[in-house]
Design a protein around this ligand. Structure first.
Ligand code: NAD
Ligand code: UD1
Length: 340
């Protein structure tokens, strides 16, 4: 039985493919490379000494999916493929609904026709919306995220719930990631955002490596200890391991049908200033920064209650903020221009 990983050439997908191969799963990757490169796949192959079947294709193409499910004996799908730039989604909502929502629908239909019933979805803390109390627990109702990107995650979670009602064999997990950062400790694979990074960590490392002049810290007047926003940053290697545990869990379930959600975070919030300071101290690099106005849509602080994943999946984070910072820096230093 093979595992189909959509979006497996991307940041989180590539680290998860590596973790799956190390746990002796056989992997087929489907990726249209719209935000990634095949080099990431080659590097995972080199790191593990194992082959990855790769299909350069789109989740929105039913023919590709039909052929894929006919050719490979797929037992489960890990679904990472999506567009993820929050600001861009506000500007181009149709692009996001087509790629993320319609693409997932196409994938779920193809799975249904091929009688493939195990599904693990890359969801996000953004599904809790803007008014939930912290720490976020899975029992909270789905919220109303302000961006089409966030809304696409909520819509897909809803689609999964409806699939489970209609198809009793369907077994799905939504993994709600908090803020994934870090890189594999080899420094060979990591996050390689195209253009100007939207997220904090890649921006910090690009300043440190000299690709950008200085970091703008969006807001220092939030109701937090140091006035900057706090987030629950999680090492991508811990996150990848969470997927292996989720897959192991699904395969052990004989009675379960439906959808379960699990938060994947550390449970410890870190402020923007704390992150910058930790980076400077741990790497010895200079990161010039200035305070600038708040970014629209940002929440002051949120973090995960991940006790459900610990109890049910036997998963908890192993790596520290120092590991996150050092591993990200090793990747950036060894690959100043990413995979190029
Ligand atoms: P990424 O952009 O690095 O990876 C996504 C991959 O999907 C890329 O390789 C891209 O080429 C591929 N892809 C996109 N649309 C596709 C399509 N229509 N058909 C085939 N392939 C397609 O992003 P990532 O950070 O690795 O995120 C992976 C998943 O996790 C996404 O679903 C994202 O929304 C979710 N997520 C990410 C974060 C984060 O901070 N990185 C947080 C929460 C959730
Ligand atoms: C963002 C997305 C969220 C998504 C998450 C993970 C928004 C509004 N939210 O969350 O939907 O799930 O990424 O991909 O975009 N910061 C700076 N300067 C920068 C970049 C960021 O000060 O150049 C600050 C932000 O204001 C925030 C913190 O750093 O307070 C973390 O930002 P980011 O990495 O973008 O993550 P989120 O805002 O949590």
């Amino acid at each position: 039985m093979k595992i189909l990983v959509t979006g497996g050439a991307g940041f989180i997908g590539s680290h998860t493919v590596l973790a799956l191969l190390e746990s002796n799963y056989e992997v087929v990757v489907l990726d249209n490379l719209c935000n990634s490169t095949y080099v990431a796949i080659e590097r995972v192959e080199a790191l593990t000494g194992k082959n990855i079947s790769f299909i350069h294709g789109d989740i929105n193409c039913s023919n590709t999916l039909q052929q894929l499910f006919a050719e490979y004996d797929i037992g489960a799908v890990l679904h990472f493929a999506a567009l993820k730039a929050v600001g861009e989604s506000v500007q181009y909502p149709y692009k996001y609904y087509e790629n993320n929502v319609s693409g997932t629908l196409c994938l779920l239909q193809a799975m249904h026709y091929a009688d493939v019933n195990m599904f693990i979805f890359s969801s996000s803390a953004t599904v809790y919306g803007e008014t939930s109390v912290v720490p976020y627990t899975e029992s909270l109702a789905l919220g109303s995220p302000s961006s089409p990107y966030g809304a696409s995650k909520v819509m897909i979670e809803r689609m999964l719930a409806d699939s489970a009602i209609a198809h009793p064999n369907f077994q799905a997990i939504s993994l709600r990631y908090f803020n994934p950062i870090g890189a594999h400790p080899s420094g060979v694979i990591g996050e390689d955002p195209k253009g100007i990074p939207n997220n904090l960590m890649p921006y910090i490392t690009q300043v440190a490596v000299g690709r950008r002049k200085k970091l703008s810290i969006f807001g220092n007047d939030y109701p937090t200890k140091d006035g900057t926003c706090r987030r629950d940053y999680i090492h991508v290697v811990d996150l990848a391991e969470g997927h292996v545990k989720a897959l192991d869990w699904l395969q052990k379930q004989t009675e379960f049908s439906g959808v379960e959600a699990f938060n994947l975070g550390t449970g410890t919030p870190v402020s923007v200033l704390e992150m910058v300071d930790t980076f400077i101290v741990e790497t010895g690099q200079n990161v010039p920064y200035e305070f600038s106005p708040r970014r629209s849509g940002d929440l002051p602080e949120f973090w995960a209650d991940s006790s459900k994943a610990q109890k049910e999946l036997g998963w908890q984070t192993q790596l520290t903020l120092t590991d996150m910072v050092i591993d990200t820096w090793r990747w950036q230093k060894n690959n100043p221009n990413g995979y190029e």
